[in-house]
Design a protein around this ligand. Sequence first.
Ligand SMILES: [Zn+2]
Length: 113
Amino acid sequence: MHELAITQAMIGLVNEHADKAGAKKVGRINLVVGEMSGFVDRCMQFYFDQMSAGTIMEGAELTFKMVPTTGRCRDCGREFEIAEMDWTCPGCSSNSIQLVGGNELFIESIEVD
Ligand SMILES: [Zn+2]
């Protein structure tokens, strides 16, 4: 129930944002999602629709900006997109790679009325 927990956390965050903005209604929630966060967007909208019923974000649309998996080589400092889980530096063939992108999951912005 990964998505369920994420959705719960997200609704809490949106509530905070909306409170601060003095919003009466939330129309859209823009999320940034890393490819590696293991998160399935269709599930999220489904859970969100259920859990947001009766709140100011009922009926809000979720949008997702996908972030590719990105690594940085510890040996030569090169940053590159990791395709098909190939954790080898294209510059120096090192396997000492640090994950720098792809695990994100956060709210970029919300649109309110
Ligand atoms: Zn390298």
